[in-house]
Design a protein around this ligand. Structure first.
Ligand code: SF4
Length: 492
């Protein structure tokens, strides 16, 4: 995050004044910020945090830990201020529906866990005291007395390990999860929790607080919605996709209609494969499906003329005659290509938009199958696509943890027979591009289709679809994603 020098001075002063407000690098975000900030700062803080949460979602802790968390552990009050304010802005944006709340809660919980585990033992203790979660460590005498019970009731704890580790006496209400999972020794209404499990208790506490706070924030929405400066910004944030824009211009005309069936099996993400199959089988898709799939096809390179031909051919095989198609459906296809109405050149939907908005109803095929399908149906679908049982189990496990994009990444690995997907998935068109690069040895589809319907051989120097924006390894991708995030909690 970059501030002008004047702004920096102002912030330095603020930081000085607020040292007491942020005594720790970690917070439970109990009190909302009360200072005034500019709309520009409001937006940039929010976007940066959203990027951070996306990285947490897609890449996991290993990369995040390396750069961002260290900054938090430092004695940097400006970083803490930004952390505080940005959390509350996204809380406003992400309290608006149950799905959004769930996503935000999950990512914030993961982020919190990473940060907490990164603290030194001393800082952890201080933080626990600060949030009134300080637990009583049991003395050596009592520990020796209970050593056998502690060892047998605490998985992974030999007698020697019991002697080494600190145990805490925690009220049962605070240790319900550990108790349910049979991971702690219980006596007289107290759980004896080893130090390494304290994070479970802290996280439970944080989860309860944050989920109540989100529900409360949602109740105050009507007053926020009446603020015409904030509402568009918050709406945009909650549907915001913070990766590259899969604009279509440079791909246009590079796919032929004849290729689509084969591509849908090899290179389409599950959401688009499902839509294509439904279209071929029922010769129709409802509005949500036409929008999601139509814009995806546009993104992979279908021209307007090709799109009109593709949809018409399919629809007239069903209940729609050519005249009805021309009068009704053709308009919305031209609309998607910016040739009708407001003449907006619509961009393909990102995963976040598909996952978070407009859930499919009965008879719909749009949405994200990892998010919107019944797990049993998803399992059957994956099996029918010849995903091995261990792979199906891995995907379902990720779905259970609400990691839909990670589940999709796993699906990519399984269907492309690679161990490491090498990128972090944010967009169905990105999935397609990466798949094509992999299958074609780094090049896009070899054939080009011209508008008259003929294949045309492309030479090998043809520019690849979005290739310049896509790093080749997961490490590089991670570095790219994290570019700028080091600055998330630092001033410059
Ligand atoms: Fe489609 Fe994205 Fe869901 Fe994958 S994660 S199925 S690309 S919406």
């Amino acid at each position: 995050m970059e501030f002008s020098s004047r702004a920096r001075q102002r912030h330095a002063r603020l930081a000085g004044d607020r040292r007491e407000q942020y005594p720790h690098s970690l917070q439970f975000y109990l009190e909302p910020p009360t200072e005034s900030i500019s709309l520009v700062e409001f937006e940039s803080f929010a976007i940066d945090r959203l990027r951070l949460l996306k990285v947490v979602e897609n890449l996991g802790v290993s990369y995040v830990r390396a750069c961002v968390l260290q900054a938090l552990a430092e004695d940097d009050y400006e970083a803490r201020r930004k952390d505080h304010i940005s959390h509350f802005i996204l809380r406003l944006a992400y309290c608006q529906s149950e799905d959004l709340r769930r996503w935000f809660l999950q990512q914030e919980m993961d982020l919190f866990r990473y940060r907490f585990n990164e603290l030194t033992e001393n800082l952890m203790q201080k933080f626990l005291e600060h949030v009134n979660l300080s637990f009583e460590a049991i003395g050596e005498d009592l520990k020796n007395q209970l050593a056998n019970e502690l060892s047998t009731s605490t998985p992974g704890f030999t007698l020697a390990k019991v002697k080494e580790q600190m145990f805490y006496k925690v009220g049962l209400a605070d240790a319900v999860d550990l108790f349910r999972a049979r991971r702690v020794f219980i006596k007289d209404g107290f759980a004896y929790v080893p130090f390494k499990e304290i994070d479970v208790i802290v996280l439970n506490n944080y989860r309860t607080k944050l989920s109540k706070a989100l529900a409360l924030t949602a109740r105050s929405l009507p007053s926020i919605q009446s603020d015409e400066r904030l509402q568009p910004l918050l709406n945009h944030l909650s549907h915001s996709y913070v990766g590259p824009d899969y604009s279509v211009q440079k791909n246009t005309g590079k796919i032929s209609l004849e290729q689509i069936d084969a591509l849908s099996v090899k290179s389409f993400p599950l959401c688009m494969r499902q839509l294509h199959r439904a279209l071929r089988e029922s010769h129709h898709l409802r509005h949500g499906g036409r929008m999601q799939y139509g814009l995806f096809l546009k993104g992979i390179g279908l021209t307007l003329e090709q799109a009109l031909e593709f949809w018409k051919k399919e629809f007239i095989r069903g209940k729609v005659d050519a005249d009805k198609f021309d009068k009704g459906y053709a308009y919305s296809i031209r609309h998607n290509y910016g040739k009708e109405g407001k003449r907006t050149d619509y961009t393909p939907y990102s995963c976040m938009k598909i996952i978070m908005s407009n859930p499919p109803g009965q008879g719909d095929y749009h949405g994200c199958p990892f998010r919107h399908s019944d797990p049993e149906l998803l399992k059957q679908k994956l099996q029918s696509y010849k995903i091995p049982p261990s792979g199906v189990a891995q995907v379902l496990e990720l779905v259970k943890g609400m990691h839909y994009q990670l589940a999709c990444q796993k699906y990519f690995e399984l269907t492309h027979d690679v161990d490491d997907i090498g990128f972090s998935l944010n967009h169905p068109n990105q999935y397609f591009t990466e798949s094509q690069k992999l299958l074609n040895g780094g090049r896009e589809p070899k054939k080009e289709f011209n508008n008259s319907g003929n294949f045309q051989q492309k030479n090998n120097s043809q520019e690849s679809i979005n290739s310049s924006s896509t790093p080749t390894s997961s490490k590089e991708k991670a570095d790219t994603e994290l570019e700028g995030l080091e600055a998330y909690f630092t001033e410059d």
